[in-house]
Design a protein around this ligand. Structure first.
Ligand SMILES: Cc1cc2nc3c(=O)[nH]c(=O)nc-3n(C[C@H](O)[C@H](O)[C@H](O)COP(=O)(O)O)c2cc1C
Length: 168
């Protein structure tokens, strides 16, 4: 049992990792025009009406300035065949968008092709919470396509296997 005063950060991270998620790339465009993107699984829906989502970015991220400056972002939900993209955008590779098919979305932001869903958002609010910056975004446009989404649980990429015959 971990009590509050003795929390082991590694064990905490491992315990939190039991909560399975999808995998997204959050993108924007930097002031110099370069596309910017980061692999993120802190994405979640907050409100349907109005449509609001959230995600958080480590304060130390070199991509932070671009998200702050642009005031908008795109959440791309990755498909099962996009593990390589997830790895690439989780790395410090300088040219993450090199060879990545994308179109120009609202505000000129890059929207990566082949994802199961994309949500184009205007930043509603941005707030420092601990060692991360929390972003709340208003969805201005979205699209989706059929296909399995990539999952992430217990530190590993995974594929979802349905336990029911119809959606609940
Ligand atoms: C599956 C997965 C989920 C991640 N989720 C987040 C997240 O929600 N927030 C975050 O700041 N970093 C997250 N990361 C780590 C970033 O992708 C990684 O630090 C990357 O280098 C960030 O790009 P940057 O160097 O441009 O900041 C995640 C990594 C992986 C593999």
């Amino acid at each position: 049992m971990n009590i509050l005063s003795k929390i082991d950060p590694l064990e905490l991270r491992q315990a939190l990792g039991n909560f399975g998620t999808g995998v997204t790339i959050v993108s924007t465009r930097a002031a110099d025009g370069c596309p910017v993107g980061v692999t993120v699984n802190s994405f979640n829906s907050v409100s349907l009406d109005p449509p609001i989502v959230l995600w958080s970015l480590n304060k130390t991220s070199p991509s932070l300035a671009a998200f702050e400056q642009a005031g908008r972002f795109v959440i791309q939900v990755l498909a099962i065949d996009q593990i390589d993209l997830s790895r690439r955008f989780a790395s410090r590779t300088p040219e993450k968008f090199g060879g990545v098919h994308h179109r120009c979305g609202l505000g000129g932001l890059p929207v990566i092709e082949g994802c199961t869903a994309a949500f184009e958002c205007l930043t509603l609010e941005q707030r420092t919470v601990g060692d991360h910056i929390l972003f709340l975004g208003h969805i201005e446009a979205f699209d989706q396509r059929h296909g399995a989404s990539l999952l992430y649980c217990q530190g590993r990429y995974a594929r979802g296997v349905s336990l029911e015959t119809s959606a609940t």
